[in-house]
Ligand binder design. Structure first.
Ligand code: HEM
Ligand code: HEM
Length: 192
């Protein structure tokens, strides 16, 4: 079968992802070490806000319009997954798109509530620190599901999604990708 390397994740998305992983891990590992914890959290907030902008102006597969699918498409993908025959997508698959949105939203809530808990207005307010702790635990659970999802999708699609997030390229069979007129030319069709 003709297999071709296709550029999928741009430099911003790749750097965003791995710097985010380092910062979130530091925030979780250093909850009692105030200054590094808060600095990592503020950096997460800035990164996620930048990612939201990149989701509108960024390269093809970085855009929300590329990977936010309707509930019906998500269900369809999950049915295929359960049957062991998920459709292939060059960018995030429909279930991955939901996960990306959920992760970004929770990251905003966790970092935002942490920030609020340090402001004059909300310092010492119980619901704000409560929200921070609960949302951080939810985020941790979601990260576990995210990593499991990446591993399962990698196995079922027989492609290494982790190395794709490092190199930016995917080596995928051209005829096996849903939603792509010509996977080999995906880079050239950068218009929406
Ligand atoms: C702190 C932990 C993590 C967070 C907050 C996180 C968050 C995210 C986010 C927001 C995206 C979407 C990327 C984008 O479009 O900008 C993503 C994608 C991805 N992440 Fe993570 N991630 C974490 C840990 C990991 C780890 C440990 C791995 C590797 C095992 C990993 C592998 C991936 C891969 C492969 C994708 C692309 C999935 C696809 O091909 O659709 N992530 N992650
Ligand atoms: C991704 C970013 C962040 C993560 C994952 C995170 C995670 C956590 C976790 C797990 C705890 C322990 C909660 C508990 O069980 O008591 C904590 C506590 C705390 N965090 Fe964060 N945090 C983040 C961002 C921030 C930011 C931006 C600030 C402030 C500028 C902040 C301020 C605090 C403070 C003051 C505490 C201790 C008191 C409390 O529970 O409210 N955090 N954080």
């Amino acid at each position: 079968m003709d297999r071709q390397g296709v550029a999928v994740w741009d430099r911003f998305v790749r750097s965003f992802h791995w710097v985010l992983v380092l910062l979130v891990a530091s925030a979780f590992l250093l909850p009692d070490w105030r200054i590094p914890h808060e600095a990592a959290g503020y950096a997460v907030l800035a990164l996620v806000l930048a990612r939201l902008v990149w989701g509108v102006v960024g390269s093809r597969h970085a855009r929300f319009a590329d990977f936010l699918a309707s509930p019906a498409t998500v269900l369809d993908y999950l049915r295929g997954l359960a049957a062991g025959r998920p459709r292939r997508y060059l960018g995030h698959n429909p279930a991955g798109g939901v996960m990306v949105l959920a992760l970004l939203a929770l990251l905003l809530i966790v970092a935002g509530s942490g920030w609020l808990s340090e402001t004059d207005r909300f310092f010492g307010v119980e619901w704000v620190s409560g929200l921070h702790a609960v949302a951080a635990n939810l985020l941790l659970a979601l990260i576990v599901v995210h990593v499991l999802g990446v591993l399962v999708a990698s196995l079922l699609h027989r492609e290494n999604l982790i190395s794709a997030m490092i190199t930016g390229r995917k080596s995928v069979a051209e005829d096996a990708i849903a939603g792509e007129a010509d996977a080999g030319e995906a880079e050239m069709h950068s218009a929406p």
